[in-house]
Design a protein around this ligand. Structure first.
Ligand code: COA
Length: 428
């Protein structure tokens, strides 16, 4: 339903369209405002700007709701595999048995990577950050599959490209770890599940095949399902911005990987573990770190706390916290960092600074502890996030093209020098 809003600036009135989404979220459409008035709107960091209409994921930050294609995250986390979730996000419906089988087959078929692409790994120094390798390699994949460069591919071609990407991201990630560890690559095994195959490619050794315990496979599946999409976050918006120039899917998601890398976004999962380890080894109290995070002029933040959208709780962190206990219990493991995490959470929940600013644990707060229990090395944590987020990136890229969305091109308010005359070198 379209409604109208009136904006008054000085003596002028402007009529603007108002749109309502399927969950009754409302927006004022300012697209014509500049043409009508010469005035732009300012929203640094896009904290209150809708950049698209989307039917993929719904988040209500005040109520702590997250749904993929209408299905609550709590139900998907419990009942769906990652491949089913990816299908749902990509195609809008849960797959039938036949559809799931064919999707799985396509993923299995695309798991190996071209031998020439494999050789590129040896060009990276062993110390290369896996996120740099992942971004570079995703761009490179398109050189080996030129057909994926067609941004208008539809039907079976698009299905093939999506399955190829979901599969290659997993192989490339595991190979980047093997390369850095100086270990031979483990080629994918089509008889394993998506998660089982990843664990095999990461951890099998020439002398011993890795046998993933069901507990570990389930924990990894949960991690991936919880990360599969999160509407217009920084990396997904990056994918959309890059894709809006009609750049191909592979370069768009490679850019998404770069955006995810930062510690304020996907890099937070590793930063949380570094922070908890720091608290453990420093001998300083938790209050010391709380005070540091509260200091007005410090840019120190408690990693894993706060969210642009969730102002009550992040439903993913609730699910993860519960699962972390179960996994450690089932594996008969202890993690001293979990105790520190619990104490830190308890203290922040009682602290006025955090309460007033609605800062709660986010998805990254407990996900690192889960990844530690699975045995994933710290510098691979954000890569794991990227594998999980791939269905969301692909779907958002595709939706952008389906909606034939305009190229992303924000405006600015110029605050620099006014026009001045060029000063010759000898007079400066
Ligand atoms: N520790 C301490 N203070 C924090 C904080 C944190 N983790 N997160 C936000 N704040 C403070 C801000 O400095 C700001 O303080 P002010 O009002 O005194 O200026 C206030 O809380 C509100 O911040 P907000 O507008 O909610 O943050 P944002 O939307 O710009 O940024 C994040 C959101 C997620 C980037 C931010 O909370 C953060 O950096 N968190 C830590 C990194 C992290 O966990 N990222 C993963 C996100 S899933």
């Amino acid at each position: 339903m379209t409604d109208k809003a009136t904006l008054t600036i000085g003596s002028e009135e402007y009529e603007l369209d108002v749109f309502t989404g399927s969950e009754n979220e409302t927006c004022v459409d300012i697209q014509k405002l500049r043409a009508q008035s010469g005035i732009i709107t300012m929203d640094q960091g896009f904290g209150n700007t809708g950049s698209c209409f989307s039917s993929i994921t719904y988040v209500d930050g005040a109520k702590g709701i997250l749904r993929y294609r209408g299905y609550p995250i709590e139900e998907l986390a419990e009942k769906a595999t990652f491949v089913e979730t990816a299908y749902l996000i990509l195609y809008g419906e849960l797959p039938t048995e036949k559809q799931l089988l064919s999707f799985r087959q396509q993923i299995a078929e695309h798991a190996p990577i071209h031998t020439n692409l494999e050789h590129h790994f040896s060009g990276f120094p062993k110390s290369s950050p896996p996120m740099a390798i992942l971004s570079a390699m995703l761009n490179l994949v398109s050189c080996f599959h030129p057909e994926v460069l067609d941004v208008h591919s539809e039907g079976p071609e698009f299905d093939r490209t999506a399955a190829l990407l979901l599969s290659k991201v997993r192989t490339i990630s595991a190979f980047s770890y093997r390369m850095a560890a100086g270990k031979p690559f483990n080629h994918p095994n089509p008889n394993l599940t998506y998660c089982g195959n990843f664990l095999h490619m990461m951890f099998s050794e020439p002398y011993q095949e890795y046998a993933a315990s069901p507990v570990i496979e389930r924990a990894l599946k949960l991690f991936l399902v919880l990360h599969a999409d999160h509407e217009q976050n920084c990396s997904t918006s990056t994918v959309r911005v890059v894709g809006s120039s009609r750049a191909n899917l592979f370069s768009s998601v490679a850019a998404g990987v770069c955006a995810l890398w930062g510690p304020l976004h996907g890099g937070a999962n590793a930063a949380v573990i570094r922070m908890l380890s720091d608290i453990k080894t420093s001998g300083k109290s938790i209050n010391f770190y709380l005070d540091k995070a509260k200091e007005k002029n410090s840019d120190y933040k408690l990693m894993g706390f706060g969210h642009r959208v969730y102002k009550n709780f992040d439903p993913r962190s609730i699910i993860l916290k519960k699962r972390v206990y179960e996994v450690l219990d089932e594996l008969k493991k202890d993690d001293p960092l979990l105790e520190i995490a619990i104490e830190l959470e308890e203290k922040t929940l009682k602290d006025d600074y955090f309460k007033e600013r609605n800062l709660y644990p986010n998805v990254d707060f407990y996900s690192g502890i889960l990844l530690r229990a699975i045995g994933i090395p710290l510098d691979m944590y954000t890569v794991m996030f990227a594998i999980g987020r791939m269905p969301g990136w692909i779907s958002n890229w595709r939706e952008l093209l389906e909606h034939n969305q305009r190229i992303s091109r924000p405006r600015q308010i110029y605050t620099g020098k006014n026009e001045r005359k060029f000063v010759p070198l000898d007079e400066r």
